[in-house]
Design a protein around this ligand. Structure first.
Ligand code: PLP
Length: 550
């Protein structure tokens, strides 16, 4: 490359030519104007100088350049420091935000594809239900007179821990799953508790509760087996609404018996069921079982036990019709384990593991749904987690019932189930948590209670609504009156943590929202609600009606 006469290198060959730093190293073109000035001005000037002066000039020049080098080094350093500091601030802010993550959701591809059958892992298998006529252990074929054959098999399966969710059911789960796992920061703050409270929000599907998780597979299996009609009972109307929708999805006709008192308390659920095309009847009215019950007790306001009798009678007297139950039975809890299996993954995302799992308790399906997947780790790996089922004080089968073989319905149509019961003709008070007004606990749950793996707590009605109100005002979701029991039990535990200073991780299931239960909140706000206490004597009276086995 030729060098132009008059350039610096050319005129001062005998001294070290100062190297002008490459401008690009020093961030941009800041040095360029100086470089240009020096290149154009210095050569003619230095040409006229004596060699001594030239040396001076060169020294001055070198000083200027060094000052600039230092200057640019400092500028660069401050640039870099700035960048590092900005990055550090952003990172800290981000990770702070990450630590305060509110909701944890799974991708569709992460939704579990199998249900968990705890029966396979239980150290003591549940006792077998009995055929009420022969008093012999029940077979799947016996059950299949009432239920779909597949559900009957699942009911008695004590071998397979994992059951595949059918593809079509999975497709329907994707309409609303995964449901969020939510950290209840605002509730924690209101309680001033060191506990970390999480809830699994099963209220976010269009039907409003967890019940849809079992309604879909039950209707799917019926359709697969050529059934055309399904019938069921419903307490608060959540299960009835879910079954009506699922029946429509799989092309079945649905007939629902809703407990008379809740049809009056919550008229919109009946309308919801009819919107999905179901035939809705207030129990007890139309069947032989219903008429017998109302004849014996004209003021009977109905119970789940009564409504179950009516639905089973319809199923066994109508061709091509099966009965679908929304709780109590093992296969219903099996379908609900999708809740806990998702929650397990989501708790991992939150970087925590529950010390306590809490759910409200009617027959046990949402409790089993959230608890069983975690209980698997307690059974198989000895993980220490406490499992708490929250029942109403007015219907205390877990805390004050007896472990007996009893019917699941009032008229005695179901198999005899080994369960904690208050007696199958127990008349629960007209509390607003209609879905918890049931006399017995599921067979699996009953065995787990016997084995000391879990326990129940009883919640008075007013405490449950007080909890529901606090939850609504902090987390912004109005819970179903049933779910309020789980919240009340959670609040009790969180307050205990406050007293002891323990930072326990509490996970509860928000089984449903209460937006169709507003008349119940209205009564509470108008101070029209009360607690119902049941005496030991009353419980003894009902238990006297439980069949005696030799
Ligand atoms: C919202 C809600 N939660 C809980 C329950 C209680 O049922 P289970 O014990 O089967 O979960 C019901 C029953 O109707 C319900 O509607």
């Amino acid at each position: 490359m030729s060098t132009m006469p008059g350039t610096l290198t050319n005129v001062t060959p005998d001294i070290d030519a100062p190297t002008i730093p490459n401008a690009t190293i020093y961030h941009g073109d800041r040095l360029l104007p100086l470089k240009n000035v020096l290149l154009s001005a210095l050569p003619p000037v230095t040409w006229l100088m004596s060699s001594r002066t030239r040396k001076y000039a060169n020294k001055v020049y070198n000083i200027i350049i060094t000052v600039h080098k230092v200057n640019y080094f400092i500028i660069n350093l401050s640039f870099s420091m700035n960048k590092i500091i900005t990055f550090a601030i952003t990172f800290t802010k981000k990770s702070k935000r990450m630590n305060k993550q509110k909701r944890f959701l799974l991708q569709e591809s992460e939704i579990p594809t199998q249900w968990y059958n705890i029966q396979a892992d239980m150290p003591n298998k549940p006792m077998r239900p009995l055929n009420p006529a022969t008093k012999q252990p029940l077979t799947a074929e016996d059950l299949a007179h009432i239920f779909s054959l597949e559900c009957s098999k699942q009911e008695l399966d004590t071998e397979h821990a994992w059951i595949d969710i059918p593809e079509e059911v999975l497709d329907m789960y994707k309409y609303y799953r995964s449901t969020p796992l939510v950290r209840a920061y605002a509730l924690e703050k209101a309680l001033d508790t060191p506990a970390h409270i999480y809830f699994k929000n099963e209220s976010v599907n269009p039907l409003g509760s967890h019940k849809i998780n079992s309604a879909l597979p039950q209707c799917y299996y019926c359709r697969e087996e050529g059934v055309t009609n399904v019938t069921t009972e419903t307490g608060a109307g959540q299960w009835g609404a879910a079954l009506s929708y699922a029946a429509k999805v799989f092309g079945l006709e649905a007939a629902v018996y809703q407990v008379k008192i809740t049809l009056q308390q919550k008229p919109y659920r009946g309308i919801l069921m009819r919107t999905f095309g179901a035939n809705v009847t207030g129990s007890s009215m139309s069947t032989r079982a219903g008429k017998d019950i109302i004849t014996r007790d004209p003021n009977n306001s109905g119970s789940l036990g009564t409504a179950i009798s009516e639905a089973i009678e319809l199923a066994t007297t109508t061709p091509n019709c099966k009965y679908a139950l929304g709780s109590v039975l093992n296969h219903v809890a099996l379908h609900q384990t999708i809740i806990g299996l998702e929650a397990e993954k989501q708790m991992e995302m939150a970087g925590e593991y529950p010390d306590m799992v809490i759910a409200c308790f009617g027959g046990g399906s949402n409790f089993g749904g959230i608890a069983f997947p975690f209980m698997r780790h307690t059974i198989l790996e000895g993980r220490k987690t406490e499992y708490i089922a929250a029942e109403p004080s007015s219907c205390p089968k877990l805390t004050r019932g007896e472990f007996r073989y009893d019917y699941g319905d009032e008229a005695g149509y179901t198999p005899l189930l080994p369960m904690f019961t208050l007696g199958h003709d127990f008349k629960p008070a007209n509390i607003h948590a209609g879905g918890l007004r049931y006399h017995g606990a599921g067979v699996i749950i009953s065995q787990l209670i016997k084995d000391g793996m879990m326990h129940g707590v009883d919640i008075p009605q007013l405490e449950s609504f007080e909890a529901g109100l606090l939850f609504s005002r902090t987390e912004g979701i109005v819970p179903a009156p049933e779910s309020c029991h789980a919240i009340a039990a959670t609040i009790r535990e969180a307050n205990r943590c406050k007293e002891s200073g323990e930072q326990k991780v509490i996970l509860f299931n928000l089984s449903g929202h209460g937006l169709i239960d507003m008349p119940s909140y209205d009564s509470y706000l108008n101070v029209d609600l009360s607690d119902y206490n049941i005496s030991d004597e009353e419980i003894r009276k009902y238990l006297a009606g439980v069949p005696k086995l030799d």
